[in-house]
Design a protein around this ligand. Structure first.
Ligand code: SF4
Length: 352
């Protein structure tokens, strides 16, 4: 989206002029191969473009190899503390690995990983998390945790650049939004490599989604970031759905249908919450991306405020009104408007 350099993971470009990519991380354990494959299928359907998978034990290599073969989504193996796991992941066919060069069994271990990555065209993600900053790193930057994060990334970056390895994605994440923002402002100015962005350990539910959107929205608005993960306690598919919701809101990427609905007030003539659920239930799976559907509580402001919507409905004193691009298309009771919506959606889906 904004970095000068880009990398290829499988056939997908990250960084440069490529759109912001959406990532998630498998919540299933690699021991449960079939469950992992199912989770990856669901992630693919939700639009996930890269899935990180924890690879904590070399004995799981046969499973990782099979997962690479069966996965509907490119994988990034997440490795800590042992360069042999990284070598094994590359050997299993992972197109990308996430490592901390500082804990790859010394320089020789790291060099063997870089050679294998180079030979196999694997991308390496490096980066620092706020939670893993050392006392030394924080104190040497006068307690400025954002600068300490940048320095921690640079400590990992230098040995790779020293040997000319540049198929890199970098990241600096923290559970603090402001800390993450400042670190990413500096990194994006200083380095040409694709940036993975996210607010780590953002939490769950509404709080987690809002925290992620607060940070990611600011970065996206400034053209910073090339691949993103919304880190939520919960289903991995939800992470992807929230990521696309943020991208839709920032008008960066359209995926799926954009449903707008009014907040309701004393003028409402219909239960907007119920109508939104009805609209969702009527949508075929193959609706074109980027369509806007409005659900408004009354006909006084509804059609006007949602004039840009491709199709919308609003409550009236005598039932519902359906409108298209702000123009009234039909009046009727719930059953007849439901029928008309179904027919309109089928036409849209047929054209996609
Ligand atoms: S569309 Fe009507 S019901 Fe909804 S907030 Fe506006 S005025 Fe109120």
């Amino acid at each position: 989206m904004s970095s000068a350099k880009s990398v290829m993971i499988g056939e997908l470009e990250f960084g440069g002029r490529a759109p912001m990519r959406v990532e998630s991380m498998l919540k299933s354990r690699l021991e449960t191969l079939d469950i992992c494959v199912d989770e990856l299928d669901m992630l693919k359907k939700a639009g996930c473009e890269l899935a990180r998978v924890a690879f904590p034990d070399e004995s799981l290599s046969p499973n990782l190899r099979q997962l690479v073969e069966k996965s509907a989504v490119p994988l990034m193996a997440d490795i800590h503390f042992n360069h042999k796991f990284a070598l094994s992941a590359i050997d299993c066919g992972c197109g990308s690995i996430r490592i901390n060069p500082g804990n790859m069994s010394g320089r020789d271990g790291l060099m063997s990983v870089l050679s294998a990555a180079k030979a196999n065209g694997a991308v390496i993600r490096i980066g620092a998390n706020g939670g893993s900053l050392s006392k030394r790193q924080i104190e040497s930057h006068g307690g400025d945790r954002s600068r300490a994060l940048v320095a921690a990334v640079e400590e990992q970056l230098i040995p790779l650049l020293d040997v000319g390895f540049e198929d890199i994605i970098i990241s600096a994440k923290s559970s603090s939004v402001t800390e993450t923002l400042r670190a990413n402002f500096i990194l994006s100015e200083r380095y040409p490599f694709p940036l993975h962005i996210g607010i780590t350990e953002a939490g769950s539910g509404i709080d987690g989604a809002v925290k992620s959107a607060s940070g990611l929205g600011v970065l996206i608005a400034q053209g910073i970031g090339d691949t993103m993960r919304v880190s939520l306690t919960g289903e991995s598919v939800t992470e992807v759905e929230v990521a696309y919701s943020i991208l839709r809101s920032m008008e960066v990427r359209q995926r799926g249908v954009n449903i707008i609905s009014c907040p309701c007030c004393g003028r409402r003539r219909a239960d907007v919450g119920e109508l939104v659920e009805l609209v969702k239930s009527l949508l075929p799976h193959n609706m074109p991306d980027g369509l806007t559907i409005a659900v408004m509580g009354c006909e006084v402001n509804g059609p006007k405020e949602a004039a840009a919507a491709d199709i919308g409905i609003a409550g009236t004193q005598n039932g519902l009104v359906m409108f298209k691009k702000g123009k009234v298309a039909a009046f009727g009771d719930l059953a007849s408007i439901k029928e008309k919506l179904t027919s309109e959606f089928t036409t849209f889906a047929g054209s996609s």
